[in-house]
Design a protein around this ligand. Structure first.
Ligand code: FAD
Length: 383
């Protein structure tokens, strides 16, 4: 007997994608999401390589392309806020798509809406496994029994805490804070370029988005006082202090953050866990292997969902073997992304003035190579 009833916790990117594929293989997924509706955020994310292929098989590629941003490059500024170099964000002819997190989650949810039972505004309170199944109690819904439970509940996963251990055991603090806030589109002057301004240890970025712009602050340093990621006042003050006195449009962007009722904050960490399953419970997406903002988390979530569903379908009577196959296959995609976290962080947010100068020198040289060899339209902006 193949596993029939599968509980999926979390309707972000991984959850609905997994529901789609489990249903396609004849299983009955139930997706439980703690938010009352789909959570939205204008943060830009990428759908690349293997995820593009999965999206194509799901029939959602045209919708993803229609919702894609128009971003094709990144313009780096010098300390005075003048354009210094422009680089393309993807190689010529690339099939990769940049899209907002909200649009990707909505499109995957709508593709899977008839494939699964969805329970919004609820969460899991307890899990009890035995050899034949998992008994689950919920905050609101009546208790139920499932064949399998999959945690797709993101970086701060509850399923991981319940079955694998406390978050501190698996989260590696990257020493970097993140804050993002939407800004009106008319505040964005170039629809095709992200604009990046660096000072040592700090990055401020303006992204043109699709229907609204996004300001992003990424900076090294201690966590905000109390380390409570929900304390928006403490985070806003930390950003204000950290970016005080910087040039370009930084004061205006910090002001947008201060005015907004609900900016996004997190302390960046990477999730590393030796095994993604315990008995009949497994993890997928950021819950299993978050690579923060440095490693194509949405691509990994979409591709991993396809791999996990395929492994369960191929091993209908042996979920242990299915989980092992999923993990072996999917770690081949995840591991290189994990290895690139530190070098990418060093490149994006050099800590010292010297490091920043060296990074800028390299970037200018790279921009010249791209401008000369690969894309005649691109040019190294002159100072
Ligand atoms: C600012 C920012 C920029 C990023 N940039 C990129 C990028 O350029 N490229 C890229 O590929 N990735 C990027 N990412 C990462 C990407 O967003 C995630 O890796 C991806 O969304 C992972 O999907 P997921 O489904 O595993 O988790 P999520 O999308 O986090 O979804 C988890 C879901 O679970 C729900 N949930 C949580 N706890 C519970 C609970 N207890 N009960 C019920 N439901 C629960 C949440 O409400 C949420 O809906 C970025 C992320 C951020 C924040």
């Amino acid at each position: 007997m193949s596993p029939r009833d599968v509980l999926i916790l979390g309707a972000g990117v991984a959850g609905p994608t997994l529901a789609f594929w489990l249903a396609r293989h004849g299983m009955r997924p139930v997706v439980v999401e703690q938010a009352a509706t789909l959570r939205s955020s204008g943060n830009p994310i990428d759908v690349k390589g293997p995820a593009v292929h999965v999206a194509e098989q799901m029939g959602v590629l045209p919708r993803l392309r229609a919702a894609a941003t128009a971003v094709t490059g990144v313009t780096l500024l010098d300390l005075a806020g003048r354009p210094m170099a422009r680089l393309p964000t993807a190689p010529e002819g690339s099939q990769d798509i940049e899209i907002t997190r909200a649009d990707l989650a909505t499109i995957m949810f709508e593709a899977a809406v008839d494939s699964a039972e969805y329970l919004f505004g609820d969460t899991v309170v307890s899990l009890t496994q035995d050899l034949a199944g998992v008994d689950v109690t919920f905050a609101k819904a009546a208790p139920r029994r499932f064949d399998l439970v999959i945690g797709t509940d993101g970086i701060h996963s509850t399923i991981r805490r319940m079955e694998f251990g406390p978050e501190e055991r698996f989260a590696r603090d990257l020493g970097i804070n993140l804050a993002t806030v939407p800004v009106p589109l008319d505040a964005v002057r170039d629809r095709h370029d992200m604009v990046v301004y660096n000072a040592p240890g700090r990055l401020a970025l303006l992204h043109p988005g699709k229907v609204e712009g996004l300001a992003m602050f990424v900076f090294h340093g201690p966590a905000s006082p109390g380390r409570d990621r929900r304390d928006k006042v403490a985070h806003t003050e930390l950003v204000t202090d950290t970016y005080r006195g910087l040039g370009w449009r930084v004061p205006e962007l910090v002001d947008a953050l201060r005015q907004h009722p609900d900016p996004y904050f997190d302390r960046l960490s990477q999730i590393r866990i030796d095994s993604w399953s315990r008995g009949r419970v497994a993890l997928l997406g950021d819950a299993a292997s978050s690579v923060a903002i440095f490693g194509d988390g949405s691509t990994l979530a979409v591709a991993g969902a396809h791999t996990l569903a395929g492994a369960l379908a191929a091993n209908p009577t042996d979920h242990t073997r299915a989980f092992r196959e999923y993990e072996t296959t999917h770690r081949r995609l995840v591991n290189p992304k994990v290895r690139q976290i530190k070098p990418l962080a060093a490149l994006l947010i050099p800590r010292t003035g010297r490091g920043l100068a060296a990074r800028n020198l390299t970037t200018r040289a790279l921009a010249r190579v791209f401008a000369d060899r690969f894309a005649p339209k691109l040019s190294t902006a002159t100072r």
